[in-house]
Unconditional design. Structure first.
Length: 336
């Protein structure tokens, strides 16, 4: 039995492992290296044993796999019970979940069942130490996330109970290049599940594809409240179209109904790392920056020279976006 592992819950849709789970395996590998510990995974589903080999490419040593036709689709009670059983059996030090619909549904059930800590939506995870009065702990999970409306970045620890658990949103952790020579050991596990555990019956699964692929976009033109009108939004969309990019947005622009939520970038939207991010009429609050400040190049267009977005922009244009964007489009079209 491996001890003190860093374990990841594998989120899957139709047997396809979610990107966030692979991102977390990569993060788990970093954390496990510091602890000299193995990386493990919990996979639950039906007929997906072959799919698990990919976990080895990202650095997972062992995957505990529970195969049951009744678990082909996610329902929170039996999934939580299965995860709790595996955790009790293998006693990992850390358990990570993607902050997806499934991760968010199951992680609190698991933590309350095990009476251990859980920090939601971490933006970073580290191994470190913590001292409180006369007591100190070494090699514990530091769970880092914005708190109090983003006004502080808090480091949260739960040293007295094990495992430490955290959820992380998709795109927050970097996925490293896969190494196809990496192998994972798949250990089949069973879990006693009674019919009464299946309180919900899935009758039909209807999938809605995302209208926009912000995470994979190399170029994003993003609209903020400075865009203000549908006419200005059309300019942002035209610029994105001319440059061959996707359209992103601040939460304020989404809340104002200028654009759907799928386009939101930031702490409660998508985390992006494009080669170029053009922020149009976005002030640059911490919650927006949390989702885009790792972009390779940032251009900010803002009428306020004091706007915080200029602190992180590589190139800043002070001006009215309604004047600036048409000029960029014309100049680009002339050059292209
Ligand atoms: C818990 C929490 C989570 C959050 N999550 C997110 C998140 O995921 N993503 C996110 O974006 N926000 C998020 N927010 C909201 C965030 O705090 C800001 O309110 C939001 O990012 C502001 O959006 P904005 O910059 O578009 O609007 P504003 O802050 O109103 O900025 C508008 C900017 O446009 C400029 N401007 C105005 N007119 C023009 C013009 N004609 N031409 C050029 N510039 C112009 C102004 O100078 C200003 O800088 C969150 C907040 C909280 C509390």
């Amino acid at each position: 039995m491996s001890k003190q592992s860093v374990m990841v819950f594998i989120d899957q849709n139709d047997k396809k492992i979610a990107d966030v789970s692979l991102e977390l395996i990569c993060k788990a590998k970093d954390l496990a290296k510091k602890l000299d510990a193995p990386v493990e995974a919990i996979a639950i589903g039906h007929g997906m044993k072959d799919e698990l080999s990919i976990l080895g490419h990202y650095g997972c040593d062992t995957a505990y796999y529970v195969d049951d036709p009744r678990l082909a689709h996610f329902t929170s009670v039996p999934y939580a019970k299965t995860i709790v059983n595996i955790i009790k059996k293998y006693e990992p030090k850390i358990v990570l979940f993607g902050a997806t619909i499934k991760g968010r549904a199951v992680a609190p059930r698991v933590s309350s069942s095990l009476k251990c800590g859980l920090t939601a939506d971490c933006t970073d995870l580290k191994i470190g130490e913590h001292t409180n009065k006369a007591r100190s702990w070494k090699n514990i999970l530091l769970q880092i996330r914005p708190a109090f409306g983003g006004n502080i970045v808090a480091t949260i620890v739960s040293p007295e109970v094990s495992p430490s658990m955290a959820t992380v949103r998709e795109g927050v952790m970097k996925m490293s290049e896969p190494d196809s020579s990496g192998k994972v050991r798949v250990v089949e596990e069973s879990c006693e599940l009674a019919d009464t555990d299946f309180m919900t019956e899935i009758l039909e699964v209807v999938r809605k594809e995302k209208a926009v692929n912000l995470k994979g976009a190399k170029l994003i033109v993003a609209a903020g409240m400075g865009v203000a009108t549908p006419e200005s939004m059309s300019l942002v969309k035209e610029l994105a179209n001319v440059l061959g990019g996707e359209v992103g947005a601040s939460r304020a622009a989404v809340d104002a109904g200028l654009i759907p939520y799928d386009h939101q970038v930031g702490q409660t939207g998508t985390t992006v790392r494009p080669n170029l991010y053009i922020a149009c009429g976005i002030s640059g609050q911490i919650q927006h920056r949390a989702g885009m400040d790792e972009s390779k190049r940032i251009i900010a267009i803002n009428s306020d020279p004091e706007a915080p977005i200029f602190e992180i922009a590589h190139y800043g244009i002070v001006g009215d976006l309604n004047d600036v964007i048409p000029k960029i489009i014309t100049a680009y079209k002339k050059k292209a």
